[in-house]
Design a protein. Structure first.
Lengths: 498, 487
C-alpha cells in the first residue's frame, strides 16, 4: 500500500530516463517507458488487491509539511475510488506505450512527455491536499500540448492549442474557486478536509459561487456539454497513445475532481446546481451521440462517443446517491478501457495502415478480410461500448441508470435513449468501416502490413480488462462502495429526488 | 539621532565592493589588459566583475541589522534578501553578457553594470526620500547607458534614448512628488512621514503628491499606462542589458516601492478590498495593476518579436507584482519577494537563451527560435523551463509565486471587492498568457529547423549560467519554503 506514491516517482523518473536514452537508442527508450509503466501498474494492482479500506476516509500514504508558511502539505492518500482510477491509469499507460511502439520520430521525447503526463495523472488521483491536487493537475496539462502538436495528425497545432487552453482555463476556474474558499474561510491549510471544515461556515450564495467555479473548471476537462468541443478535435489530432490517454484517463481527471473536490466541499452549492448538471449531462449524452451518428471521420465518431459516455459519468454524479456514484466511478474505469481500445484500433491499427480515416474510403477497403484482428477487436470493443452484457460498459451504465432512476426518473429515461443512440452509431461505424465491400470488378486490394505483437498485447490487455470487469464488476464495486461510505462523502450523497 | 559612521560603513560594504570592483575593472582594462587580445580583455573584465558581485553578495549576507545611521538606511529581512537577490540576478546578467556576442568596450559595460547594481542594492535598503532618490538615479542613469551601450546598432540608440526620456520624466515626477511630501510633512524620513500623515487628514495636495509618486513608480515598473518604453528597450538594448533591466532592476524597484508606500505612506493607503473604496494609493495601485495585466497579456498576443513579447509579458507580470504590493501590509513581503525574485531568474534565463542563439544568427522574431530542439537541445530544455515558469506552470517557481501572491491578496477581502476581482482577472488572463508562451515553445520544440540551420554551440559560461538559473527555478518551485522562511 505504501508503495503507491512510487507510481508517481517511477513515472517521472521513467520520463527523465527515456529522455536521456532516447537520443542514442529509440528501442531503449521504448523499453524504459514500458518498464516504468509496467512497474507503476504493478504497484497499483498490488496495492488494489491488498487494500484494506478505512471507514473514516482515504488511507494516508505520505503526509509531510511542504510549504509550512501556507499550511500546504505533501499529503497523498488513497481510497477505493482513487485506487480504481490508479489501476486504470496504469493499464491505459501500458497499453498506450504498446500501441506507440512504432513511434520513430523523437522517440525519447515522446515517451518522456507521455510518462510525465502519466506521473501527473497518478499524482492527481492520490492527492489529499487541494494545492497538491492542483499542482499535479497542471503538470498533466503541458505535456498534452507537445504530444499532440509534435506527433499528432489532422490539424494538430490547432487541436493541441484548443485542448490545452480549455484545460488550462478550466484549471484557472478551479484555482479561483479554491483560493476563494481558502481566503474567505480563513483556512489554515489547503487540505481537502480543512477546506471542507471551513466550507461549512459559508453562506449559501458563497457555496453556490464556489461550487460553480470549481465544478465548471473540472467539468470542462470531463467534457461536459457545452464545454466539450476541445475533446473531439483534440482526440482526433492526437497521436494514438495520446488519444487513448486523453479519452481514457485525462477526461477522468475532470470527473474525479468534480467528485473528490467540488461536490464534498460545497454540498449546498451542489444541491443548487444539481438539476442543471443533470440536464447538461443528459443533453451531452444525446447530443454527442447524435453528432457521432453523422460523422464522416472514423476518429471523430469515437471522439464524440467519448463525450457521450462521459455524460453518463456526470449524470451519475448529479444523481448523487451511492449507487449512481459508484456506477459513475465504474463507468470512468470502463470508458477508460473501452475508449482506449477504440482509439487504438482506429488510430494505430487502421489509420497507420490505410492512411485514411474517412468512412467513405474505408467502406471500399473490405477491412474485415484484410485486417481480421482489428475487425474482431473493434467489434468486441464496439459491443462493450454499446453496453452489451459481458463487458464492463453494461454494469457501469446499468448501475448509473438504476441510481439515477431513484433520483430523477426522467433523466434515466432520457439517458436510456442515449444508450440506443450509442448502439446506432457504433453499429453504423462497425458496418461501414470494417464490413464494406470492395467495388465489384476492381483490382484486388494489396495486403496491409500485419498487426504487430505489441498491438496484439495491448489489445489483449484492454479487452481482458473490459471482459473481466464485465463478468465480475464486484471486483471494482467492492473497492468503490466502501469509499463512498466515508463521512466525507455523506454530506453530499444524501440520495433522494433531484 | 545617532550618527554611527562605523555602522554606516559596515552597512554599505556591498555597495563599496561593487564600486571598487567597477573601478578595478576599469583600471585593469586601462593598464594591464591593454596589451592583451580583445577576447581576453573581455573575459577578464567579466571575471573581475563577477568576482566583485560575489564578494558583495557575501558581504550583504553578514552586515549589521536594523536601522542604520539614524534610520537613513534600514537593513531588515527584505533589504538583505533583495540585496542578495539583486546580486544573484546581476551575476546571471553578467552570464548573459558572457554568453552573447562580444560588445566593444566590455570593461566600461561591466563597470556600468556594477554601478547600476550598487544603486539597486542601495534602493533596497533606503528609508529616506533623499537617499531613495539618489539610489534610484544612480541605478537609472547607469541603466540608460546600458540600454544604449551597443552603439553599433541604431535600435540600441533608440532604446537608450527612449528609456532615458521616459525615465527622466518619471524621475521629475518622483522628485516633484517627494518635494510636495516634504513640504506637507516637513520630513524626509519615511517613519516620520508616516507619523505626520497619520496625524493630519489627507488633503488634495497630498493626493497630488501621491499621484506623482505613483506615476513615477508606474514608469519605473513598466506598468500600463506608463509602459510604452518597455517593448522598445527590450527589443533594442543589448541582451545583457535587457536581462538586467528586466530582472534585477525590477526586483529592486518592487522592494523600493513597497518600502516607500508601506513605511512612508501607510496612513493614506486607502482600501480597495471592499466597496465603497476608501481613497488612497491602494485603489490607484489596484487600477494600474489591473490595467497592466490587461495591456500586457493582450499586447503580448500580437507580438511577433520574442523580445517585445517578453516585454509585454513583463508588463503583465508588473501588474501582478503591484497587486502583490497591496497585500504586503497585512500578509508580509514573503510572497511578493518570492514572485519578484523567481520572475527575475526566469526572464534573465530567457534572455540568456536568446543571447546564446544570437551568437549564431539573429534572434529577434519568434520564428528565429524555430527548430531549436534540433540545433541545441540543452537550450530548448532551459527555454522550456523559463517560459513555463513565466506562464506559471507547476512545479516551476513562477506558479507558486503567482499562487502565493494571489492567495494573500484574496485574503484581504475575498471576492467581495475590487482587488478580489483583480485576482480573478489575473487568473483568467493566465490562460491568455499560456497561449503566447506556448507559441514561443511551439517554435522551439515543434517546428523543424530551417534548411541550413547549424547546431548551436553552448559555451561553458553560458551553460553554467543557464543551468544555475534553471536549477534555481526548479528548486525554488519545489521548495518555496527556502525563501518564504526568510521572512
Amino acid at each position: 500500500m505504501n508503495a503507491l506514491p512510487c507510481t508517481i516517482y517511477v513515472s517521472f523518473t521513467g520520463a527523465l530516463l527515456a529522455l536521456a536514452v532516447g537520443g542514442r537508442s529509440p528501442t531503449l527508450a521504448r523499453i524504459v517507458a514500458l518498464a516504468s509503466a509496467l512497474t507503476a501498474w504493478g504497484i497499483a494492482l498490488f496495492s488494489a488487491i491488498h487494500f484494506v479500506p478505512d471507514a473514516a476516509g482515504p488511507v494516508t500514504l505520505v503526509d509531510a509539511p511542504w510549504i509550512p508558511q501556507m499550511g500546504i502539505r505533501y499529503h497523498l492518500a488513497a481510497d477505493g475510488i482513487s485506487l480504481t482510477l490508479v489501476v486504470l491509469t496504469g493499464l491505459a499507460a501500458t497499453a498506450g506505450i504498446l500501441f506507440s511502439w512504432n513511434i520513430t520520430e523523437r522517440t525519447g521525447e515522446f515517451f518522456a512527455f507521455f510518462l510525465a503526463l502519466i506521473g501527473g495523472v497518478y499524482g492527481v488521483f492520490l492527492s489529499a491536499d487541494a494545492f497538491l491536487f492542483f499542482v499535479f493537475y497542471e503538470i498533466a496539462i503541458v505535456p498534452k500540448y507537445f504530444l499532440i502538436a509534435i506527433w499528432g495528425s489532422t490539424n494538430r497545432e490547432y487541436g493541441a492549442m484548443k485542448l490545452v487552453l480549455y484545460s488550462f482555463a478550466g484549471s484557472a476556474l478551479v484555482l479561483a474557486g479554491l483560493l476563494w474558499a481558502y481566503a474567505a474561510g480563513g483556512a489554515h491549510s489547503f487540505g481537502v478536509a480543512e477546506l471542507a471544515r471551513v466550507a461549512v461556515g459559508f453562506s449559501h450564495g458563497q457555496q453556490v459561487g464556489m461550487f460553480a467555479l470549481v465544478f465548471l473548471g473540472f467539468a470542462v476537462l470531463a467534457g461536459m456539454f457545452p464545454f466539450h468541443t476541445w475533446a473531439p478535435t483534440g482526440h482526433v489530432a492526437a497521436p494514438t497513445a495520446a488519444s487513448m490517454l486523453l479519452a481514457g484517463v485525462v477526461m477522468k481527471l475532470g470527473a474525479y475532481g468534480c467528485l473528490r473536490v467540488a461536490m464534498p466541499l460545497f454540498p449546498l452549492g451542489f444541491v443548487f446546481w444539481q438539476p442543471m448538471i443533470a440536464w447538461l449531462a443528459v443533453i451531452g449524452i444525446i447530443y454527442a451521440g447524435l453528432v457521432a451518428l453523422v460523422q464522416e471521420d472514423f476518429k471523430f465518431v469515437i471522439g464524440y462517443s467519448s463525450v457521450s459516455h462521459m455524460g453518463f459519468v456526470l449524470l451519475g454524479l448529479a444523481a448523487a446517491n451511492a449507487r449512481a456514484v459508484s456506477g459513475a466511478v465504474l463507468q470512468m474505469f470502463s470508458h477508460g478501457v473501452i475508449a482506449g481500445l477504440l482509439f487504438a484500433v482506429v488510430g494505430r491499427m487502421v489509420y497507420e495502415r490505410t492512411h485514411t480515416r474517412k468512412l467513405a474510403e474505408l467502406r471500399g477497403m473490405a477491412l474485415y478480410q484484410r485486417l481480421p484482428f482489428a475487425a474482431t477487436v473493434f467489434v468486441l470493443a464496439g459491443l462493450a461500448s454499446m453496453g452489451m452484457p459481458g463487458f464492463s460498459g453494461f454494469p457501469a451504465e446499468l448501475t448509473i441508470l438504476i441510481g439515477t432512476w431513484q433520483a430523477a426518473p426522467w433523466a434515466a429515461a432520457l439517458a436510456a435513449v442515449g444508450v440506443l443512440i450509442a448502439a446506432a452509431f457504433t453499429l453504423r461505424v462497425i458496418q461501414v468501416s470494417f464490413f464494406g465491400q470492395a467495388a465489384a470488378g476492381s483490382a484486388p486490394l494489396p495486403p496491409l502490413p500485419p498487426i504487430t505483437l505489441p498491438e496484439k498485447c495491448g489489445a489483449a490487455l484492454l479487452l481482458g480488462a473490459t471482459i473481466l470487469v464485465g463478468l465480475k464488476p464486484d471486483l471494482l464495486l467492492e473497492l468503490i462502495r466502501p469509499a463512498l461510505q466515508a463521512p466525507f462523502f455523506q454530506a453530499v450523497l444524501k440520495g433522494g429526488a433531484l | 539621532m545617532s550618527l554611527d559612521y562605523r555602522t554606516l560603513f559596515e552597512a554599505l560594504r556591498p555597495e563599496g565592493a561593487l564600486i571598487i570592483g567597477a573601478l578595478a575593472v576599469l583600471g585593469f582594462d586601462l593598464s594591464i589588459l591593454r596589451r592583451l587580445s580583445e577576447s581576453l580583455r573581455y573575459r577578464a573584465s567579466l571575471a573581475v566583475g563577477a568576482a566583485a558581485v560575489v564578494v558583495a553578495g557575501c558581504l550583504a549576507c553578514c552586515g549589521p541589522y536594523g536601522p542604520v545611521f539614524g534610520g537613513v538606511l534600514i537593513l531588515d529581512r527584505l533589504a538583505v534578501a533583495t540585496r542578495i537577490g539583486v546580486l544573484s540576478l546581476t551575476l546571471i546578467a553578467l552570464g548573459t553578457v558572457a554568453s552573447g556576442q562580444k560588445l566593444r568596450h566590455s570593461a566600461e559595460y561591466v563597470a556600468i553594470m556594477l554601478f547600476a547594481a550598487s544603486g539597486l542594492t542601495l534602493m533596497a535598503a533606503t528609508q529616506q526620500l533623499l537617499v531613495a532618490f539618489l539610489a534610484l538615479e544612480l541605478a537609472s542613469l547607469s541603466l540608460y547607458i546600458l540600454a544604449g551601450f551597443d552603439k553599433a546598432r541604431p535600435e540600441a540608440a533608440e532604446a537608450g534614448l527612449k528609456y532615458f526620456l521616459f525615465g527622466g520624466m518619471a524621475a521629475a515626477f518622483l522628485l516633484f512628488g517627494f518635494s510636495l511630501i516634504y513640504g506637507l510633512t516637513g520630513s524626509v524620513d519615511l517613519p516620520e512621514i508616516a507619523a505626520r500623515l497619520a496625524a493630519h487628514a489627507p488633503g488634495p495636495l497630498l493626493m497630488v503628491a501621491l499621484i506623482m509618486v505613483l506615476v513615477a513608480f508606474g514608469f519605473k515598473a513598466a506598468a500600463a499606462p506608463f509602459h510604452l518604453w518597455a517593448p522598445d528597450v527590450y527589443e533594442g538594448a543589448a541582451t545583457g542589458s535587457a536581462s538586467f533591466i528586466a530582472s534585477a532592476s525590477k526586483l529592486a524597484g518592487i522592494t523600493f516601492f513597497t518600502r516607500i508606500l508601506w513605511t512612508g505612506f501607510y496612513p493614506v493607503s486607502g482600501d480597495a478590498s471592499s466597496l465603497p473604496l476608501a481613497p488612497g494609493w491602494v485603489p490607484a495601485l489596484a487600477a494600474v495593476a489591473g490595467f497592466s495585466m490587461l495591456v500586457g497579456n493582450f499586447g503580448a498576443l500580437a507580438q511577433t518579436n520574442i523580445r517585445r513579447l517578453l516585454a509585454y509579458s513583463a508588463i503583465s507580470h508588473s501588474g501582478a507584482l503591484l497587486l502583490g504590493v497591496i497585500a504586503v501590509g497585512d500578509f508580509g513581503v514573503g510572497p511578493l519577494f518570492y514572485y519578484a525574485f523567481t520572475y527575475g531568474i526566469a526572464v534573465a534565463g530567457a534572455f540568456t537563451v536568446i543571447s546564446v542563439v544570437e551568437k549564431s544568427g539573429p534572434c529577434q522574431k519568434i520564428t528565429d527560435l524555430g527548430g531549436l530542439f534540433q540545433r541545441a537541445p540543452f537550450l530548448t530544455g532551459c527555454l522550456a523551463i523559463f517560459t513555463l515558469s513565466l506562464a506559471g506552470i507547476p512545479p516551476l517557481a513562477g506558479f507558486f509565486g503567482k499562487f502565493s501572491v494571489f492567495a494573500s491578496v484574496l485574503r484581504l477581502g475575498g471576492l467581495g471587492g475590487p482587488v478580489g476581482w483583480l485576482v480573478v482577472l489575473a487568473i483568467a488572463l493566465s490562460a491568455v498568457a499560456l497561449y503566447y508562451y506556448l507559441i514561443v515553445l511551439k517554435q522551439a520544440l515543434v517546428t523543424p529547423a530551417a534548411q541550413g540551420a547549424t547546431r548551436i554551440v553552448v559555451a561553458p559560461v553560458a551553460a553554467t549560467t543557464l543551468a544555475l538559473a534553471a536549477v534555481l527555478i526548479v528548486l525554488l518551485g519545489l521548495r518555496p519554503s527556502l525563501i518564504l522562511s526568510l521572512f
